[in-house]
Design a protein. Structure first.
Length: 295
């Protein structure tokens, strides 16, 4: 396509945009509002997933060792634990350290410690964390068979419920985003279709005087891209301001609640919404034109 021809198409698109500015503004408003709502749900799903990852990262196994194991055996267990797949870190706590921790926790209830009569019944142990939380159950089964190990603990029922909740969050979030994206596509396409419908006579006249399909289609396609671009930019700006305010407010009142930081998350989200808006704008114009191209 020649540069002069493209300039003509762009000029036609801009003139059409201005001539039908009220319909154009309505289309832009619909695109912006629809994408803003979609963006809100994208940020919600992203934060739910981040919260789930944060919970999963706290899952760990405590490996309790038998009292009669030697230092050599303790070191051997540590090396074997570190060599297991998906293990992130291994931290050793001996009997004396475990007692010191217990004393610190029970300092307000000294009577319980007095009942021990100076004895230390606590075992030495390893705390094992993971890069892949789903490996907890498999690792616990393997480690339980070590001859030096008395037992393992990772709160099996709680962990199973946690994994079930995080799976629901992730799959539910994906389903919600797909549904909303399709709904937004339907709404925006119908809005752009109204714009094309209002100019159906103009299209028919151009067909009658011999204009080719692409000669008619290009200005509408560029106009659809322009509508989508402006609507996407407005949605991005509104979402950026809203999410930045929400993160600040939540951190001030609920500092313990993990949230996805504004940067670089909003860069990616803004880019995604802008691309979606332009694609929908172009598709909406192209699909809507098909009906009126047959004269």
């Amino acid at each position: 396509m020649k540069l002069r021809t493209m300039r003509y198409y762009m000029a036609e698109a801009l003139q059409s945009f201005w001539r039908n500015r009220f319909m154009s503004i309505a289309s832009i408003a619909t695109v912006a509002l629809s994408l803003f709502i979609l963006g809100l749900f994208l940020t919600l799903v992203a934060n739910l997933d981040y919260f789930a990852e944060n919970l999963e990262s706290q899952v760990e196994i405590t490996v309790y060792l038998k009292d009669d194991v030697s230092q050599k055996d303790i070191d051997s267990v540590g090396r074997r634990l570190s060599a297991l797949p998906d293990v992130k870190s291994v931290a050793f706590t001996d009997k004396d350290q475990a007692m010191d921790i217990l004393k610190e926790r029970m300092k307000d209830q000294p009577g319980i410690l007095d009942a021990l009569d100076g004895k230390n019944p606590l075992p030495s142990s390893y705390e094992v964390t993971f890069t892949e939380p789903e490996a907890v159950r498999r690792t616990a089964d393997i480690v339980s068979d070590y001859p030096e190990v008395e037992g393992t603990h990772y709160g099996q029922e709680i962990v199973e419920q946690l994994f079930q909740i995080t799976r629901i969050i992730r799959w539910g979030g994906i389903a919600l985003i797909i549904f909303l994206t399709l709904a937004m596509l339907f709404i925006i396409s119908n809005t752009i279709r109204l714009t094309v419908f209002a100019r159906r006579k103009e299209i028919a006249i151009m067909k009658y005087v011999g204009a080719t399909n692409w000669f008619i289609r290009w200005p509408f396609l560029l106009e659809g891209l322009l509508l989508g671009f402006i609507g996407g930019v407005l949605a991005d700006l509104a979402l950026w301001q809203f999410y930045g305010f929400a993160v600040t407010a939540i951190h001030q009142s609920l500092a313990f609640l993990p949230m996805v930081s504004v940067y670089p998350f909003m860069y990616r989200t803004a880019a995604i919404l802008l691309v979606i808006s332009m694609i929908i704008g172009a598709l909406g114009s192209t699909i809507s034109l098909k009906r009126y191209m047959k004269v």
